[in-house]
Structures are given as C-alpha cells and as structure tokens.
Design a protein. Structure first.
Length: 219
C-alpha cells in the first residue's frame, strides 16, 4: 500500500501561516472591531505584512474568508443540535456552542465588506438550520412560542461578548479567567431558562424583522 504524499515543507508552512492569520484576525477583530488593522493581525499571527498580502490581496478578502469560516462553524453547531433527539437539549446545545464561538463575532465587519455568493450561501444554510431548531422546539412545546429566529440570534450576539472576560484578558489577569467563564455560563443558563415554555408573560412589542441583520450587511 502506497503512503499518502507528504506535503512539501513550504506548503505546510503556508497552511500554518494561514491558520495563524485567521486566528489572529478573529482575535483582533473581537478586540478592535472595525478598526482592526492588517498590521495588528500580522503581528498577532507572528508573520510579516508581506506574508499576509501574499495569501490575501486585501483586508476585505481576509475578512470575507473569516466570515465563511465562522458561518461554517455556526452551521456545524446547528447541524449537531438537530442531530440531538431531544428538542430542548438540541436548542441548548446550539446556544452554548454559539456563545463559545464568541471570538468569531462577525458584527464589526457588517457593512464593511462585500457579501460574496459563498457568504450568502453559508448564511442561508445556517439560518435554515437555526429556523428548523426553533420550529422543532416550539412544536414540542419546550420553547416559548413568541420567540423568533431573529430573537435567538440577537440574544446570541449579546451573550457572545463578555466585558468581564475581555477586560480581564486585556489586563493580564489569567487567574480570574476561569471565574469569569463560569460567570458567563450562569448568565447563559439564565437566558436559556428565559426561552423555555411556558412563558410567564408575553414578549414586548412586535417581533424584530430580519432587516436588523440584512440591512447591516449592505455594503
């Protein structure tokens, strides 16, 4: 039996640099938002600016690739949740998984980059999977009936950022990182209980429209 061909050292190095750049882009974007610079991303990745531009011609191209990766992760979380037999356990898995993906928050680049066909396709598939999760949980009577997919994603957007975790990281306090993570877990548990049916009272106002998401991504 022949052995699989080994990747050339240069190819392996390029792939490692690409992973480092994407990881750095997520971290810098989470910290600096729309002001994230290619210089900061390259420095965080431990590579030169030239290495970044050899892989991505522009900062927009780098962020477009990052968006696709994050949407793939959200889709995978939703598909894993749908594979769980219990509707509530599946929804809870999706919520906790999405919160754990917080460093990949896409909000800062909304409206700053062109939405490619690849991004639109991943977004559609992710939304459809999340909608199926919501519909299944409501049909089973475990999710309050007045919650929409947009409500759920707005909640996840809020839960995905923890000021306490961010501030402690910036101040170099790893000794409190575990306590901050546990505190966020409690907040997520509180939010999950708020999603359960029966609800003590109706949600205020009309359900938010999908424009709250789509309008922000208009370039």
């Amino acid at each position: 039996m022949s052995r699989p061909a080994r990747r050339a050292p240069r190819q392996a190095e390029a792939e490692a640099n690409d992973r480092a750049l994407l990881r750095a882009a997520r971290e810098v974007l989470a910290e600096d938002g729309a002001h994230a610079s290619v210089a900061a991303i390259a420095a965080r990745a431990g590579v030169g600016i030239g290495t970044l531009y050899r892989r991505y011609r522009t900062k927009d191209e780098l962020f477009q690739r990052l968006v696709v990766i994050v949407l793939d992760e959200w889709l995978r979380a939703a598909e894993e949740a749908l594979a769980i037999d219990d509707p509530w356990d599946g929804l809870a898995h999706y919520v906790t998984s999405a919160v754990a993906l917080a460093p990949g928050s896409l909000a800062p680049v909304a409206g700053l980059i062109e939405v490619t066909d690849e991004i639109a396709d991943r977004n559609r598939r992710s939304d459809e999977a999340a909608a199926a999760l919501v519909a299944r949980a409501q049909k089973a009577g475990v999710l309050r009936p007045d919650v929409t997919v947009v409500d759920l994603h707005l909640l996840l957007e809020q839960l995905g950022r923890s000021p306490a975790i961010d501030q402690l990281a910036r101040r170099g306090r790893p000794d409190l990182a575990e306590a901050a993570a546990r505190a966020r877990d409690r907040v997520v548990a509180i939010a999950l209980d708020g999603l359960r049916a029966p609800a003590p009272r109706p949600l205020p106002g009309d359900p938010p429209s999908y424009d709250l998401f789509s309008a922000r991504w208009q370039h």
